[in-house]
Ligand binder design. Structure first.
Ligand code: CDP
Length: 817
């Protein structure tokens, strides 16, 4: 493969030459393909123009989204004005004409609604507002999101649409959010955006979800592990006896941006059929009903259409309400050949309603590369400048990359090349977008571009469906995504960069056609596209399940093998996860949840990291504050900047030397956090001097604060232990050992020993792993290592590595049995 010569690029004093060369290279290589294009919209006039009104509020960078300098009264006026301005925009959303249908769809015996509609059709913002005044809706409405960013920005938007402030700012506010490490609700919150994980957390305290009248599960198509668990719990709740709810109804809305809701219908329908059967058996009535299993035949041969035509399937409305059907009867009819006639199947039952929102999609031209590229960052850079120089249409550019590392690398390259642009060319504003980005930075993507400037949003797949970025006309799709994958041989999850699925590529492309016709540059060949998997495998089928099992056990699911899974993980995967929980001490001998397990379930961390915390809190370890600092770092992607040139790498080595610790990466992280925290005057320039991401460090400090609070709350940490002033002394040897022992307790499975040939082999599984070049332990030989992350690129790498004594590893593995 060709190696990226970034060093060369950077040291070149005349970047404008490079920029034009870049263009010349690329302009000749893009091949176009005209997509048939489908405008399914009710009106062809397109979504409302913004008229200079920022969709996310006027220049609000402060965390809670309220303007400055308004008096109580002035603010009120400002808020209601905002509401009036937003109302016509809401009315123009594709979902607006369906308001009555959606309300009616949940009345009476209908407790579940399946709702599909393209991203941007208004599902997340409007559905909760539609339902708020329904007679059955006395309590709160929960809307779950797979990501924090989406939960927060949606809450802010809906608050604005309702003319109010967010929950934490005004006790009268009806809208709030709750995400890991951040809560903004008031006693009057009626619409609560929360991450899936947070709702699962709430179920620990409130298993019947008594505070809610409705739960809206948004973005189910993403199929996160948590959404799959939620679906199982919700199915049990709505189809069960509901005795814990004291007669209060619970309505469930499942929302998806893709047409694939047949499996969801079947899933809930099975639950309803089962409960009907149980009821009828209880009544001694043996009339045959459509039992869950005998419905299977009606499903065979129904292939869900995955091509772009499937979107058209969203345009036809389902039959209303299944009137006149006998109890429990439902229909699953579909025209014979879905690829010829992509009619939606009629999914109706007495308990469920299915609603389709027609999409609004303008044609998007697709450009493929004629040859595959080894380096999508460089290819993306070329495409950005090609678009910027050559494309006549105005409009922002959205680039899909893999993670914080590639986003930040491209951000630097774009900024560097933009310096050399002609003055008559509009400016470029590169904006990163990834889940770990601090909120204020995330909000910038919603602000309109400054005059004569084109925004370039460099995003992970977070912008695929979760976040709607206004103003985008161009999409550049790397064709790659970073996903978590369980690696059986190693017995642990690792992050892998993988090709996207076709359905993900189609979603990405669609982001260019939201407001007007657009163009999508795929940084791969047409042949590559054809060879992609049709759809992304749900996370639950490819991830470590120990966290999920802990979630289930802590919520009273005794028999995990009979839990309703939308896609059932293989038995071996479940068994392996059970074993892991046993080894962490989270389960009792008999498979019930242990004291430690309950603590782990309450911590917003993986069982492994949770176990490290619990260990560090023990009096004999007594190093919880230090461990929290380390875990905060492990929770963000990377605090050390990825440097491009050799020169910079050397300078960074030099500057960071004072932070490096010979014990390994974890102690180095701790030293870094402590040094940063101690820096009271100018943390930003301290970070710059040390080639450390200030953005990441801000996040670390935020997470650290939240973890301290959580640990205090769980009585793992005594408040008096939290120092008032940041002046931690360097840890003593005893403290260092306590820290390493605590890490070992959680990461016992991630240990390796030095072999006579100088390689490292894992203690469990006997696999070769190499220390990652980014580790401070790189090139060092110690008798044993413990590592917190495993990455697989061309070979297996341990990242986040500390040296430990072999005897310690033996002890901890021995104690686990
Ligand atoms: O849920 P769905 O993707 O169908 O749409 P939505 O999130 O309700 O968004 C509807 C519209 O609201 C978007 O097209 C944006 O114009 C606007 N919106 C926004 O400006 N800021 C947000 N944080 C969310 C939505």
């Amino acid at each position: 493969g060709k190696k990226r010569k970034r060093g060369e690029l950077q040291s070149n004093p005349a970047p404008e030459k490079k920029a034009s060369k870049l263009l010349a290279d690329h302009a000749s290589c893009a091949k176009t393909q005209q997509n048939s294009g489908n405008i399914n919209g009710v009106s062809r006039s397109g979504p409302p123009q913004q008229n200079g009104i920022p969709r996310n509020g006027p220049g609000r960078d402060d965390k809670n989204g309220h303007g400055h300098g308004h008096g109580q009264h002035g603010q009120h006026g400002h808020l209601s004005k905002k509401r009036e301005i937003l109302l016509p925009l809401r009315k123009a959303l594709p979902i607006w004409p369906h308001a009555e249908e959606i309300k009616a769809g949940l009345r009476g015996s209908k407790d579940v609604m399946l709702l599909t509609g393209e991203t941007g059709s208004g599902k997340s913002t409007q559905v909760p507002q539609f339902l708020l005044d329904e007679p059955w809706c006395k309590g709160c409405i929960a809307i779950t999101q797979p990501r924090r960013v989406a939960a927060i920005s949606l809450a802010r938007r809906v608050a604005e649409e309702m003319g109010s402030l967010l929950g934490s700012l005004s006790p009268a506010s009806k809208v709030g959010y709750s995400v890991r490490f951040d809560n903004s609700t008031s006693p009057n919150t009626r619409i609560k955006f929360l991450t899936e994980g947070m709702l699962l957390q709430e179920m620990l305290r409130d298993p019947w979800l008594n505070q809610y009248s409705a739960v809206i599960v948004d973005e189910v198509h993403e199929r996160s592990v948590n959404v799959d668990l939620l679906l199982g719990f919700l199915r049990n709740l709505v189809t069960g006896d509901k005795k814990g709810r004291n007669g209060k109804p619970l309505k469930v809305v499942i929302m998806s941006a893709t047409a694939d809701i047949e499996s969801l219908f079947k899933f809930f329908d099975e639950g309803f059929q089962k409960s009907l059967n149980t009821c009828q058996k209880a009544k001694g009535d043996h009339t045959q009903t459509n039992g869950a299993n005998d419905s299977d035949s009606s499903w065979s041969g129904i292939a869900s259409s995955e091509d772009e035509n499937s979107k058209k399937a969203l345009t036809k409305k389902s039959k209303p309400n299944g009137v006149g059907k006998s109890n429990g009867e439902r229909s699953l009819k579909r025209k014979e050949n879905p690829s010829i006639s992509p009619e939606p199947i009629d999914l109706t039952s007495d308990f469920m309603y299915t609603c389709y929102i027609e999409g609004r999609q303008y044609p998007v031209k697709i450009m493929y590369l004629p040859e595959p590229t080894q380096d999508f960052v460089e290819a993306a850079l070329k495409s950005i400048f090609q678009i910027h120089y050559k494309e006549p249409l105005p409009g922002d550019i959205l680039v899909f990359l893999t993670g914080q590392d590639t986003v930040e690398a491209l951000e630097r390259l774009v900024n560097e090349y933009a310096l050399g642009m002609d003055t008559n060319v509009p400016k470029l504003l590169a904006l990163p977008l990834f889940a770990a980005l601090p909120q204020s930075a995330q909000q910038r993507i919603f602000h309109p571009s400054p005059p004569k400037t084109r925004k370039i949003i460099l995003s992970t797949n977070i912008a695929e469906t979760s976040v709607t970025v206004p103003g985008v006309r161009y999409v550049i799709d790397s064709g790659k995504v970073k996903i978590k994958q369980f690696r059986n041989r190693l017995g642990l999850d690792s992050l892998l960069v993988k090709p996207v699925s076709q359905s993900a590529a189609i979603q990405r492309k669609g982001r260019a056609g939201r407001e007007a016709p657009g163009v999508c540059y795929r940084l791969y060949t047409e042949k590559d596209f054809v060879g992609l998997e049709k759809r992304t495998v749900p996370e639950i089928l490819r991830c470590d399940l120990s966290g999920s099992l802990l979630t289930m056990k802590a919520r009273g699911v005794d028999d995990i093998f009979s839990f309703p899974f939308l896609d059932r993980p293989p038995r071996e995967a479940l068994e392996k996860a059970l074993l892991q929980l046993l080894q962490l001490g989270a389960l009792t001998e008999t498979g019930g949840i242990s004291e430690v397990g309950l603590q782990l379930a309450k911590l917003p961390l993986t069982p492994t990291l949770g176990r490290v915390i619990v260990e560090a809190a023990k009096p004999e370890r007594d190093c919880l504050l230090e461990i929290i600092d380390i875990i905060a770092c492990l929770s963000v992607e990377n605090i050390f900047l990825n440097l491009i040139t050799e020169e910079k790498k050397e300078a960074a080595e030099e500057a960071r030397r004072e932070l490096y610790r010979r014990e390994g990466d974890h102690m180095t992280l701790l030293t870094t956090v402590q040094a940063y925290a101690k820096e009271n005057s100018d943390r930003k320039s301290w970070a710059e001097r040390h080639f450390i991401s200030h953005r990441a460090m801000q996040n670390v400090m935020d997470i650290r604060k939240q973890l301290r609070q959580q640990c205090t709350h769980l009585k793992l940490l005594h408040p008096s232990k939290i120092p008032l002033k940041e002046s931690p002394a360097a840890p003593s040897e005893a403290q260092t050992n306590a820290i390493l022992h605590s890490l070992l307790r959680g990461f016992a499975a991630n240990t390796a020993r030095l072999m006579p040939d100088g390689s490292y082999r894992t203690m469990l599984g006997n696999q070769t792993v190499a220390i990652h070049p980014a580790s401070v332990m790189f090139g060092r030989k110690v008798e044993a290592i413990v590592f917190s992350e495993f990455v697989f690129t061309n070979k297996s790498y341990a990242r986040g590595v500390s040296g430990v004594q072999l005897g310690w590893v033996g002890d901890v593995l021995g104690s686990m049995g």
